[in-house]
Ligand binder design. Structure first.
Ligand code: MLT
Length: 399
């Protein structure tokens, strides 16, 4: 028996597990300290009332033999039509028309971003921005794929553009970006689509934060760009849009026209999902279907505004401190420069020990993240205000 030795090439633990462990160690050594976590992007607002009501109705359905549901419907890989149609509605309001069979319901973007790799040969070369959501890198390391990095730096506004002299087969993009908060315009995305089409590559587009976009120049879906249906798969999630981090539901769009080597990726993905996945629970799907109703959208927008206000508080705090940052406008993440030349983990320790505030060290997202630090706007307003107050006391007099 041989293990998959590529696992040995991974860092010992996943970034957010390391942050969690260090925070827990600090807490157990200082049980009296009130530690504020602005690290992992976990939401704090309760689910919208429309979602809760839909879930209650679904629970009732499950308690009567006439309306009880077992496995989800086969036809759309266990996705219920009412949910799929509500997602189609959300896309059509962005001017994008999708068929039911192009939308696959998942238990969240993270799982599908990893699982999609089943479709591609291990020989493919992967291009990943640096810094980046660690899942893209770690899942490809597990498969032993060659990974190239596209530098996201202050100079390019953390938005790398394609280099046509580099050949890649699989390209990851995340916009609005995790961790930097930077977001591509339609024109910039158009360049990536042109690159993918020219290289016969596939774009894996993570749109988990699209509901934070308010600037009309910025893209909310890769399919706003002509040609994207021939080269891109889009991953979306209810986690940040509707507070589903603990509920688990997302969706992946694999266009019917997307084919490589004459093979439909939509058909391959359907085959993969029907073999390795048994769908998302009926109760969860019914809750998710309420998100894109008129009432549901109004309610989730109130929650999104709450987080936007947190982002504004953090941004203003950094402005007062004279610390440079990106994000916080069309994104729930604020990507700040570590003060006084500290490296990312030094600043993590410094902020934890002296302000009892936890963020995420930028170097955990890649080499170019060194010297940066990510704060999330998903905390409560009270904690965000208090964290800002503590940061201002601590950092006001540092160079
Ligand atoms: C993050 O903090 O980067 C996200 O919450 C991670 C995730 O969505 O898996």
């Amino acid at each position: 028996m041989k293990i998959n030795s590529h696992f040995l090439d991974l860092k010992e633990s996943y970034l957010f597990s390391t942050v969690g462990r260090k925070t827990a160690e600090y807490k157990s050594a200082h049980p009296d300290k009130d530690v504020i976590r602005l690290s992992i992007g976990d939401v704090t607002r309760p689910l919208a009332p429309a979602v809760i009501e839909a879930m209650h109705r679904a629970v009732d359905d499950m308690s009567h033999k006439e309306s009880f549901k077992g496995y989800g419907p086969d036809r759309y890989c266990y996705g219920y039509e009412s949910l799929i149609d509500s997602i189609r509605g959300s896309y059509s309001r962005k001017g994008i028309l999708l068929d039911r069979g192009e939308i696959f319901i998942s238990d969240g973007a993270k799982s599908d971003l990893g699982n999609i790799l089943d479709l591609f040969s291990a020989d493919n070369t992967v291009l990943v921005p640096d810094p980046v959501y660690p899942v893209y890198v770690d899942t490809n390391i597990m498969a032993g794929r060659k990974i190239l990095f596209a530098d996201a730096t202050e100079e390019n506004g953390f938005l790398p553009m394609p280099d046509f002299s580099v050949d890649a087969d699989i390209i990851y993009l995340c916009s609005p970006n995790n961790p930097t908060g930077a977001a591509y315009t339609r024109e910039q995305l158009g360049e990536w689509v042109r690159y993918a089409l020219e290289k016969d590559a596939v774009l894996l587009y993570d749109a988990a934060y699209e509901y934070f976009v308010t600037d009309p120049a910025l893209a909310r879906s890769v399919y706003e760009v002509d040609g994207a249906k021939e080269c891109a798969i889009e991953f979306c999630s209810y986690s940040k849009t509707a507070g589903f981090t603990g509920v688990r539901c997302g969706y992946t769009v694999v266009p019917a026209r997307l084919a490589r080597e004459g093979v439909s990726l939509n058909k391959l993905w359907a085959r993969r999902q029907s073999t390795k996945f048994n769908g998302v629970s009926y109760i969860t799907q019914m809750g998710a279907a309420a998100v894109f109703t008129e009432e549901g959208e109004r309610q989730i927008r109130e929650n999104l505004d709450y987080y936007r206000e947190n982002a504004r508080l953090i941004s203003e705090c950094l402005d007062r401190l004279g610390i440079r940052y990106t994000g916080g406008k069309n994104s729930p993440y604020i990507w700040m420069k570590c003060p006084s030349g500290m490296d990312s983990w030094q600043f993590f320790d410094y902020l934890l020990e002296h302000a009892n505030v936890v963020g995420t060290p930028g170097s955990g997202f890649g080499r170019n993240g060194e010297g940066f630090f990510r704060l999330t706007a998903f905390g409560t307003k009270e904690n965000t205000e208090e964290a800002c107050r503590r940061m201002e006391c601590l950092l006001a007099h540092r160079g």
